[in-house]
Design a binder for this molecule. Structure first.
Ligand code: TPP
Length: 273
């Protein structure tokens, strides 16, 4: 039987395909890469309050790879933070649902991102505040692999372990592709696990499309006392649509016409199985 988070993932994939088509916008490959992670977060992990989004007890989630914000908007709509019908306005003139994720007038979004390399520093600040004020909330930040080229992240990575931020969990969407080339060709990240470990982090590797495994990795049992946690999620850019998978074309290309129809029929077929 399908898990609830897997059903949510099917819905988010379809919403985001339609959103990027209607809005004539980019990043469907980047979005599909994180749909499974987002679905487990919103279905199983995050403490959220859709009717009172700013509830102080909420867990804080920051999507640092803000160009994939459509996945968060779709999850929030499915979780009833705002009407699903709003999604049709994504990326259209005057809409609050901008192409890069924004918290302005969008309930449930913690922080606007899009300029890569900022989400982790902000998450560290929120996590440190949680520690100082002895709050129970957890802080989650989802980063892309290409984003790890930014030096600001490595300062934040040092900061988090220095301050023993065990209320902070970072998830890396390790799809090994950037906008135009692979991470390997652009700026090598390997040995990636060792790098995080050597900075004092608790590191977990996971298949970023296996919901059961993602859920376990995100669980409280996997936290290590006095250390921040980094989940390196191995993913496929464009996951779920065969001709988009591992294809950098779909970083910027918008799904239109026959390509949109083929993608939709693949997603529909996968939803039924
Ligand atoms: C500071 C900054 N520089 C450049 C960009 C333009 N940009 C958007 S996405 C991207 C890289 C995409 O690769 P990755 O970060 O690995 O994310 P993915 O699309 O694979 O999820 C770049 C360079 C940006 N958003 N912010």
């Amino acid at each position: 039987m399908k898990l609830k988070s897997e059903n949510l993932a099917s819905k988010i994939r379809m919403h985001t395909l339609q959103m990027t088509s209607l809005g004539n916008s980019s990043h469907i490959g980047s979005i599909l890469s994180i749909v499974d992670i987002i679905s487990v977060l919103y279905e199983d992990t995050l403490k959220i309050f859709p009717t009172n989004p700013k509830n102080k007890l909420r867990d804080r989630f920051i999507l640092s790879k803000g160009h994939a914000g459509a996945a968060v908007y779709a999850a929030l709509a499915e979780k009833k933070f705002f009407p699903i019908s709003n999604l049709a306005k994504h990326c259209s003139n005057g809409s609050y649902l901008s192409g890069h994720v924004s918290h302005i007038k969008v309930p449930g979004v913690e922080f606007s991102t899009g300029s890569l390399g900022h989400g982790l520093s902000v998450s560290c600040g929120i996590a440190l505040n949680g520690k100082l004020e002895k709050k129970k909330y957890r802080v989650f930040a989802l980063l892309s692999d290409g984003e790890c080229d930014e030096g600001s992240n490595w300062e934040a990575i040092l900061f988090a372990s220095h301050h023993k931020l065990d209320n902070l969990t970072v998830i890396i969407d390790y799809n090994k592709l950037q906008s135009l080339e692979s991470t390997h060709q652009t700026l090598e990240l390997e040995p990636f696990v060792q790098k995080w470990k050597s900075f004092g982090w608790n590191v977990i590797e996971v298949d970023g499309h296996n919901h059961r495994k993602i859920k376990i990795a995100l669980g409280k049992n996997k936290i290590s006392k006095n250390k921040p946690t980094c989940i390196i999620a191995h993913t496929t850019k464009g996951k779920g649509v065969s001709f988009m998978e591992n294809n950098t074309l779909w970083h910027y290309r918008s799904p239109q016409g026959d390509e949109f129809l083929s993608a939709r029929s693949e997603l529909l077929k996968n939803t039924r199985t």
